[in-house]
Design a protein around this ligand. Structure first.
Ligand SMILES: [Zn+2]
Length: 267
C-alpha cells in the first residue's frame, strides 16, 4: 500500500511541474505582450484625450517596464525642437490654428484647447496671451523692449531709472524676452497663459496648480525658478511649451528643463 501511494505522489509531481512551467511561461509571455502593446499605443496617439486616460491609468506599468523610464524620444522629434540663444532658427512657418486670440502649431491645437479648459477649471481668469510669433514680429517686439529699457519705461527692468546704453538695455531685455530667431514662440509650440496680462504677477498657488496638470496635456512650464543655469532665462510663470505627454511627465518628474532633457536623448 505504502509503495503504491509513493508512486502516486511521484506521478502527480511529474505532472504538476510541466503544468507549472507552462503557466509561468504563459504569464511571462502575456505580460511582455501587454507592456509592448501599451508602448505602441501611447506612441501612436499621443496628445489625444483618449490616450491621456489610458496613459494615466497605465503609467505605473511604464515605469516598471524599463530601468530609467526614459521615453522613447529623439532629439530630432518635432515636439522637442530647441530654439534659444544658442540654437537660432530662421522663420519656421508652422501650419497654424487659431485658438481665441492666439495661433499655435495645428498639431497642438487640441492639446492647447484642453489644457486651457483645465486651467480655467482651476481659475476662470486663465487665458491665452501670446502664441506663435513670426521672426519678423519678434524682431519688432524685441526692439520695442530695448527702446523701453533705454528710457526706463513702464514695465522695464530699468523702470523709472536713468537712460541706459543700448547694450545694457539689450541685456535687461534678454532676461524676459528672446532676440529674433531665439524665441520659442516662433515654433508655434509655445504660448503664454496666465490669469493676468503681466509676467510673474499671477497668484503663485494658481500657477503651481496649473503647472502641475500641464504634463497631462503635453506641456511644461518652460522657464522654471531654478532653470536659469540651463535655459538662460529667468523664471516665467506664464510660458508653456508643448513637448508631448511622455516627455513632459518625465521632465517634470526629474526636474529637467528642455535643455537638460535633450542631453539625455539620442540624435
Ligand atoms: Zn512666452
Amino acid at each position: 500500500m505504502q509503495r503504491r501511494t509513493k508512486k502516486k505522489k511521484k506521478l502527480k509531481l511529474g505532472r504538476i511541474i510541466p503544468v507549472l512551467l507552462v503557466l509561468v511561461l504563459l504569464i511571462a509571455g502575456l505580460s511582455w505582450f501587454a507592456i509592448s502593446g501599451h508602448k505602441k499605443k501611447s506612441a501612436s496617439s499621443e496628445g489625444q484625450k483618449t490616450t491621456l486616460t489610458s496613459q494615466n491609468s497605465q503609467g505605473s506599468s511604464d515605469k516598471s517596464s524599463s530601468d530609467s523610464g526614459l521615453p522613447d524620444a529623439k532629439k530630432a522629434d518635432w515636439n522637442l525642437v530647441l530654439v534659444n540663444r544658442d540654437n537660432l532658427k530662421p522663420e519656421m512657418n508652422p501650419e497654424l490654428t487659431t485658438i481665441g486670440s492666439i495661433q499655435v502649431d495645428s498639431r497642438i491645437a487640441q492639446a492647447t484647447s484642453e489644457f486651457l479648459a483645465a486651467a480655467q477649471n482651476i481659475d476662470p481668469s486663465e487665458h491665452l496671451i501670446s502664441g506663435y510669433r513670426s521672426v519678423a514680429y519678434q524682431t519688432q517686439l524685441f526692439n520695442q523692449y530695448v527702446e523701453n529699457e533705454m528710457v526706463g519705461g513702464a514695465g522695464s527692468v530699468n523702470e523709472g531709472g536713468p537712460a541706459i546704453s543700448k547694450e545694457e538695455a539689450t541685456k535687461n531685455v534678454q532676461t524676459y524676452s528672446q532676440p529674433p530667431e531665439a524665441s520659442e514662440h516662433e515654433t508655434g509650440l509655445a504660448f503664454d497663459m496666465s490669469t493676468v496680462n503681466s509676467l510673474n504677477q499671477s497668484d503663485p498657488s494658481v500657477v503651481e496648480q496649473v503647472a502641475k496638470i500641464a504634463p497631462e496635456y503635453g506641456f511644461v512650464l518652460r522657464f522654471p525658478k531654478d532653470g536659469m543655469a540651463s535655459t538662460g532665462v529667468d523664471y516665467e510663470d506664464w510660458h508653456y511649451r508643448y513637448v508631448g505627454v511622455d516627455n513632459a511627465k518625465y521632465m517634470v518628474a526629474h526636474n529637467l528643463t528642455l535643455e537638460d532633457y535633450l542631453k539625455k536623448l539620442p540624435e
